[in-house]
Write a protein that binds this ligand. Structure first.
Ligand code: C5P
Length: 402
């Protein structure tokens, strides 16, 4: 008897050539003790027959939103909620677009909109369709909504083209389903994580300040991911326009000096991640009154250096966090500069990213990072800031001394 025995999956079969793989998937899932109910879209009927699906699931196939007999036996809302997980195989470009925009014009899209359970998509489509900006936008939106993805893989497609868009194999999808249905391990339970995020704001006078364009998105995503892994999580954040993720403690700060003080107050902690874009300088003497504009005479502001929060915490002899992580926003020679920074700041890991204007990282939703540590350099593919956060927190929980 496996851990999955007694759990159930609602399999939504979309209309694509890869639909035939759904049959093999049903066989694998039933072999693992899972109950499987299936919905077929209208287009799915062109690729597999309801008779094959019903024979393998051992249950009736649902395919009509307005079926009187189906509604009497089990309403479509109940159908989408009685399962532990909804899986879409293949997730076509059209189904993804419907989901991203909340459409509910057939049984499949209605079940997906009405569910309160996790949803896993196995996309399959022509490479151009997968790479089309509309599909990219929809996939990003769905990931932000918490929808899980498996694949697509790179490979040769039924249409003869090659690239990303080929559906993951049934064995991979079955493994992703098993993972989604297994309660998440909480490797950071009992651990404390502190994260700086956003810009700092350095006053010039009561109405003016020096700051930068940091959105705080990556730091907030990290806090959210740390909570999922069970950590007691503290965000020390400069002014940003983002909601505080559920379960995260928040200390709002404005200046670099306030941020440093707040970090010191949060010690001891297990992991400290310095994601904030701290202003390098502040005005030496903040004017107590608004500086008056004088025709033809601009004021000159004497500046002093701000404390380096990361270096201050990383080089402490007492209460140094077990793992200190910095970010390096670079516009060139990303890895080389990150290696230098690792040594200069005394931290354990540097997450280096390219923030040149053409990268779109600053303020954007995606990030492409290099993870630089004493163990070497890992080059990660471009992904959403949420995905970077999840992967990074997983990695840090492995690196954290026991
Ligand atoms: O030196 P640089 O600003 O490139 O270093 C970036 C890293 O150092 C980031 O992790 C940032 O949060 C941290 N930092 C800091 N305090 C500063 C400047 C940078 O914590 N004053």
């Amino acid at each position: 008897m496996s851990a999955l025995t007694g759990k159930s999956v609602l399999l939504i079969i979309g209309g694509g050539i890869a639909a035939y793989k759904a049959l093999e998937l049903i066989r694998l899932l039933r072999g693992r003790g899972l109950a499987v109910k299936a919905i077929m879209t209208k287009a799915a009927h062109e690729f597999v027959t309801p008779l094959s699906v019903a024979s393998l699931t051992g249950a009736k196939v649902h395919d009509h939103l307005f079926s009187l007999t189906d509604e009497i036996e089990m309403g479509h809302i109940e159908l989408s909620r009685s399962a532990d997980l909804l899986v879409v195989v293949p997730a076509t470009a059209d189904l993804m677009a419907k989901m991203a925009h909340g459409h509910a014009d057939d049984l499949a899209s209605t079940a997906l909109l009405a569910t309160d359970k996790p949803v896993l998509l196995a996309p399959a489509m022509n490479v151009r369709m997968w790479l089309n900006p509309a599909t990219r936008r929809n996939a990003d939106q769905l990931k932000r909504d918490g929808v899980l993805f498996i694949g697509p893989n790179d490979g040769e497609m039924a249409c003869g083209e090659f690239g990303p868009g080929r559906m993951a194999e049934p064995i991979e999808i079955a493994a992703a389903i098993e993972k989604a249905l297994t309660p998440q391990a909480k490797p950071l339970a009992g651990r404390k994580v502190m994260i700086t995020a956003g810009p700092t704001r350095e006053p010039i006078d009561p109405v003016r300040y020096i700051s930068n364009h940091s959105s705080g998105k990556q730091g907030y995503a990290l806090a959210e991911a740390a909570v999922v892994l069970g950590a007691q999580t503290m965000l020390i954040s400069g002014p940003v326009d983002l909601p505080i993720p559920p379960g995260v403690g928040m200390i709002p700060v404005e200046t670099a000096e306030e941020m440093l003080k707040a970090c010191e107050n949060e010690l001891p902690c297990d992991i400290a991640i310095f994601c904030a874009a701290v202003a390098d300088w502040r005005v030496a003497r903040v004017a107590t009154e608004k500086i008056k504009k004088a025709e033809g005479r601009a004021p000159s502001l004497a500046m002093v250096e701000n404390p380096d929060i990361l270096r201050t915490i990383a080089t402490r002899t007492d209460k140094r966090p077990k793992l200190v992580v910095g970010f390096a926003a670079e516009t060139e020679k990303v890895v080389e500069h990150a290696r230098e920074k690792l040594a200069k700041k005394g931290c354990d890991v540097i997450i280096a990213n390219d923030v040149s204007p053409e990268s779109g990282v600053f303020g954007g939703d995606r990030n492409k990072v290099h993870v630089v540590s004493a163990q070497g350099v890992e080059i990660w593919p471009e992904m959403t800031k949420q995905e970077v956060a999840r992967r990074l927190m997983d990695k840090l929980s492995e690196l954290l001394p026991k």
